[in-house]
Write a protein that binds this ligand. Sequence first.
Ligand code: EPU
Length: 422
Amino acid sequence: MDIFHIEGPVQLSGSVNINGSKNASLPIMAATILAPGKSVLRAVPHLSDISVCGKLLRQLGCKLTRGPDGDLCIDSTVIDNPVGEYEIVRRMRAGICILGPLLARCGRAEVSMPGGCAIGDRPVNIHLRGMRELGAKIHLKNGYIIAEAPNGLKGKDIFMGGPFGSTVLGTANVLMAATLAKGRTVIESAACEPEITDLANCLNKMGAGITGIGSPRLTIEGVKELQPVEFEVIPDRIEAGTFMVAAAITAGELRLRNCRLDGMMAVVDRLRNIGVTVDAEGDGCVVTRRGPIRPTNITTQPYPGFPTDLQAQFMVLLSLAEGNSVIIEKVFPDRFMHVAELSRMAANLRKEGPAVIVAGVKTLIAAPVMASDLRASAALVLAGLAAGGTTVVNRVYHIDRGYEKIEERLNPLGARIIRESV
Ligand code: EPU
């Protein structure tokens, strides 16, 4: 198991290229199931979650290769085992999004119920409701979702809202299933995240009939078949947001290349409110902080609201603000595993239900800390950049799930991070 030794405080400067989006890549990889043949996906990042998804697709019968230029080729000519094993889906919940494509293509799917998760309760009831609305028969057996539609799926008007708003992977799942259903499907209260827009654009390139892309009402005219595709995934807005916080927390200046600000306005708005300068430049932006960190309030929401996947990173930044901030988590109300770890580094945090009151402190102090999930561990790395002394982050495998060789990308910018295998 790897650990990080992070020497701080440092000031970052320089330029960094933002990689393709993990959360766009995962459902798009699943979408290749819908079209027998060879699809080529560009800009899919080299991450452990992507490898796990690849393993899942291989078990179904797909063949995967990486070209010399990094392109991911998925040959889905043969799908002879429509089963998503527990061993894989429990490690990566996005595995659930093979359910819709398998049902649409094979008329049957068995996918493990994902199970527990460090960021809180993550049910899949809305995914299943959507599949049932499309005519699938679903039951649970030995921890597996058994879904059957031997005569194909049928389009319908479906409401996909839940207690916390829309669902990203639920929308992806039903959207993919509906592309090959007979007739028209309308998904109302669809997720509007840029990753869903990217998936819908990819599906249309494969021959699907989706309109209303980017809105909460998606209309899908079912087609008989889809074709394999060549498609480049969008840049990762959460990785970009994490580097923005890295610039801000170290009072540095970073140039982010391949970064689309138009999907990040809620994030940019909060950064400017905090006193961070974000200027568009070329295909990206320049992020600078010169003055003090000002306190602010943040409420996470589905897109276009502030993303839950940047909540932990902003909590670290606001820990060093000149005053008190409140962060309210409205997507995953229990996603606060980082609070106890950041408190070990002298952050002054008080959790009140789905909110955390962040009282700004002058400095963070290095400590050994434990990564609990992907974004929480990114927050600990950011804290380590700003804290005086050597922060040791355990369980770095969490961060490898979503950030490609983060230390090799931060060190040329001025960070001092050593990875050690223990
Ligand atoms: N929900 C239900 N029922 C469902 C599905 C969701 O009640 O059937 C609830 C969830 O419990 C949660 C809310 O709806 O309270 C939103 O969850 P959503 O389904 O949108 O999350 P997800 O699709 O499982 C994706 C990302 C997450 C990201 C969330 C929210 C991928 C692979 N995962 O998860 O990313 O936090 O959307 O934006 O796209 C990460 O990258 O670190 C990560 C966790």
